[in-house]
Design a protein around this ligand. Sequence first.
Ligand SMILES: Cc1cc2nc3c(=O)[nH]c(=O)nc-3n(C[C@H](O)[C@H](O)[C@H](O)COP(=O)(O)O)c2cc1C
Ligand code: SF4
Length: 415
Amino acid sequence: MADIPFPERLLSGPPLDAGLESFLDQSSRLGPVPGPGDVERLITTLEASELLGRGGAGFPVGRKWRAIAERQGPPAVVVVNGAEGEPASGKDRAIMAARPHLVIDGAILAAEAIGADEILFYVGREHEVAVAAMAAAIGERATSQRRPMRLVQAPLGYVAGEASAAVNYLNTGNARPTTSPPRVSERGVKGRPTLVQNVESLAYAALIARFGDGWYRSMGRSESPGTALVTVTGVGRHQGVREIELGTTVGEIAASVGASAFDVRAVVMGGYFGTWAPAADAWHMPLDPAVMKAHGLAFGCGIVGLLQNDVCGVSATAEIMAFMAAESAGQCGPCVHGLRAIGSTTRRVAEGSGRAGDLRDLERWTTQIPGRGACRHPDGAIQLMTSALNTFGEEFAHHARTGRCAITGSRIEAA
Ligand SMILES: Cc1cc2nc3c(=O)[nH]c(=O)nc-3n(C[C@H](O)[C@H](O)[C@H](O)COP(=O)(O)O)c2cc1C
Ligand code: SF4
């Protein structure tokens, strides 16, 4: 855990499309897996690095490890979250496919730190390349590990990656979220304290354990230190996953995929749980969790979705809301009925067959649904919807009033 300057980043080394980096290759490039050494020192280093979780909520990783490490009771369990049900995201499957051993290193260190005797890798079954890479890498490491490591294919579905849904699936085969309390960190897999941690978070933890918190904090261009993976979609010839210094602006990221300010009219930041903003407002926004939070935005799982100039924002929102409604796990009334109503109403407005009162209803529902589900699925969906009404307000009104799209100029026929 030497605190040395080191030029490595998560995506240094072979390019992402080169396939799985073997354990031998990774060891000769990055050095051996650090031993857990002094567990207190490992956790302190992670805390000092200010690494935030990359599954969406941005909770400090070191603080999460400490909370479980300091509890009394039975051995804990580590669940490595590689479900990646977010359709716009590609970074988790990319890191699992290319750097599975770094994810495993992070999981082993986490297990040492929190006193876990089992590691479960929960990987979205639709991400076939990532599943194969993780299976091969776990096979390569299993014999040298004293605690069992097992790969479990997560079922399809957005909600299946939510922490309590993952734990429920591992316990019962049902990937629906459960109510909290108890938190999974108190009673999770087999009733034991469980750390659910995103794959990217663990890969960074493995690097911080090698190179020190100072190495991580030496990167970053505004308030939050470090680098992060982002997925850029929508516009540009080179869309996909890249690693950025936190604080890089949306405009710079767009330029890196070949998109200019003239191509883009709005940006959705953070994914389907995230926030729309007009391109003019988003362009100079640093992708930095602290700065974004201060502006009412979320870094989320690092999605930068660029909406092309000639694409209708109402239709783009209708698609997302239909998806979010369909992905409700079907057990909390406000989530099931509320998201369904928002999804169908937004679609009607997008298709030009809106009714009087539709926009008023949409506004009202966005204030009634948040906080009323067992998980944050409806809250995320409502955040996206609220930002759409703010960003595309005139477009929504034009659709509702005229049945035409102000952007495409077309009369829209209801499907
Ligand atoms: C509806 C929903 C879906 C989620 N899906 C994922 C997912 O696919 N992968 C993931 O790592 N976290 C997902 N999360 C966040 C997890 O609940 C959890 O916070 C995360 O895995 C913790 O890891 P982190 O602290 O490293 O971010 C989701 C949360 C919600 C509310
Ligand atoms: S809030 Fe929605 S997604 Fe979450 S558990 Fe309830 S019904 Fe399922």
